[in-house]
Ligand binder design. Structure first.
Ligand code: PMP
Length: 295
C-alpha cells in the first residue's frame, strides 16, 4: 500500500506514510468506533477524475453524524485534499481511503479527539475480473436495530470479514449475506443485483450499505431504459435468477457466475450487467456535469 515515498494526509499535515504515527490507546483501535470511505480515481484525457468524490464525502459525514463524531473538515475541503493527495503521489488510477478515527479514550462514548487520515494506492479491481463463485453466508448481515447499517463504520467490517473468511474456507470467492428477514442483503463489501427475464432487481435500502455504485447503476438503468426494481429478494429468487453481479467502488461491476451449487444460466457476455459495466467504465472518467460550471 505504501513505500518510502508515499505521502499521506494526517490531521492537516502531509507526512511520509512510514513516519506517520498514532496512539495505541485510540477508541477506534480498541472498539471499532470510526468511519471510513473507499473512493476511486480514474485516469482520463485531462489528468484524472475522482468519481463521485462529493457523494463519498457526504456519506462519510453522514456516517460520522450517526456515530456522534464531528469531522473537522467540510466535504469540499476533503474533496480538494483528495485531489492534492493524488497529485503529490503522482497517482491517477487509484483507490483513496479516508479514515476518521478517534483518539485515546477507553470510555464507551465518543471522544473529541477526531483524527482524519487519507491515503491512496493503486488497486486492481477488487474480486478480480473473472466471474465469481459466491456462497450464501451462515453469518447474517448486522441487524438495523443494533447498528446503523447505512453507515460505513469500521467495526461493522468484522461481520464482513467473518463472512468472507467462511466463504473462502469453503472454496468460494465471496459471501452473500442474508438480512434478519432472511432476504438477500449484500456481499461483504459490495451491493448485489440480479437479472430475471430481462429486468434487474436489487435489495431495497434498510439492511444494506446504500452503495454509490448501486446508485450509479440505478441511474444508468434510468438513462438507458433498463427496467430495475428495488425490492426484498428471497434466497430462492436469488438462486432462480438468470444472472447476477456485485457493485462497489472497489469491485466496480463484478459478475457472479454461481451462488452455492447453482450456476446462473446466462453468460456474463449475454447479461445486462455486462452492458452496464461498459457504460460504467465510461461514466467514471468524468463526474456528472450538472453541478459544475461549464465555461
Ligand atoms: N456494501 C458494503 C458492505 C460495502 O462495504 C460497500 C463498499 N463501500 C458497498 C456495499 C458498495 O458501496 P459503494 O458502491 O459506495 O462503494
Amino acid at each position: 500500500y505504501y513505500n518510502n515515498k508515499t505521502l499521506v494526509f494526517l490531521n492537516g499535515d502531509w507526512q511520509y506514510a512510514e513516519d506517520a504515527q498514532t496512539s495505541l490507546y485510540g477508541q477506534t483501535l480498541h472498539y471499532g468506533n470510526g468511519v471510513f470511505e473507499g473512493i476511486r480515481a480514474y485516469k482520463n484525457d485531462v489528468g484524472f477524475n475522482i468519481f463521485k468524490a462529493h457523494e463519498h464525502y457526504e456519506r462519510l459525514h453522514k456516517s460520522a453524524d450517526l456515530m456522534h463524531i464531528k469531522i473537522p473538515y467540510s466535504v469540499e475541503e476533503l474533496v480538494s485534499i483528495s485531489y492534492e493527495l493524488l497529485d503529490r503521489n503522482n497517482l491517477t488510477d487509484a483507490y483513496i481511503r479516508p479514515l476518521v478515527y478517534l483518539g485515546a479514550n477507553m470510555a464507551l462514548q465518543p471522544t473529541d479527539e477526531v483524527n482524519v487520515f487519507i491515503c491512496a494506492w493503486k488497486w486492481e479491481k477488487y474480486l478480480g475480473h473473472d466471474p465469481i463463485k459466491a456462497k450464501i453466508s451462515s453469518y447474517q448481515r448486522i441487524h438495523p436495530a443494533s447498528q446503523h447499517v447505512e453507515a460505513k463504520v469500521v467495526g461493522h467490517y468484522t461481520n464482513s470479514i467473518l463472512a468472507t473468511t467462511e466463504a473462502k474456507k469453503l472454496g468460494y470467492d465471496e459471501a452473500i449475506l442474508l438480512d434478519y428477514t432472511q432476504h438477500v442483503s449484500e456481499g461483504s463489501g459490495a451491493n448485489i443485483f440480479i437479472e430475471k427475464n430481462g429486468e434487474l432487481y436489487t435489495p431495497s435500502r434498510g439492511n444494506i450499505l446504500p452503495g454509490i455504485t448501486r446508485q450509479t447503476v440505478l441511474e444508468i438503468c434510468k438513462e438507458h431504459g433498463i427496467k430495475v426494481t428495488e425490492k426484498p429478494i428471497s434466497k430462492a429468487q436469488l438462486l432462480e435468477a438468470d444472472a447476477a453481479f456485485f457493485t462497489g467502488t472497489a469491485a466496480e461491476i463484478a459478475p457472479i457466475a454461481q451462488v452455492n451449487d447453482t450456476v446462473f444460466p446466462l453468460s456474463w457476455e449475454d447479461s445486462i450487467g455486462q452492458s452496464i459495466y461498459h457504460i460504467y467504465r465510461q461514466k467514471v472518467l468524468f463526474n456528472d456535469l450538472q453541478n459544475q460550471t461549464i465555461i
